[in-house]
Design a binder for this molecule. Structure first.
Ligand SMILES: [Zn+2]
Length: 57
């Protein structure tokens, strides 16, 4: 197993956080790593793609 695989698995098991869709205002759960890395999330309610702005920097 490579170091990258190891890191990915750690990120993958880091759990989920809730994110609020800016389009419909619906809260949904997404992987914490995706939110933290500023990756695009898909709202399960209105199917909009959105990014959660990073806080604190
Ligand atoms: Zn939405």
């Amino acid at each position: 197993m490579s170091l990258l695989d190891f890191a990915m698995k750690r990120f993958g098991s880091a759990g989920t956080s809730s994110a609020t869709c800016p389009v419909c205002g619906s809260k949904s759960s997404h992987p914490s790593a995706k939110i933290r890395q500023g990756q695009t999330l898909l709202c399960p309610k209105c199917k909009s793609m959105f990014v959660v702005p990073r806080k604190g920097d």
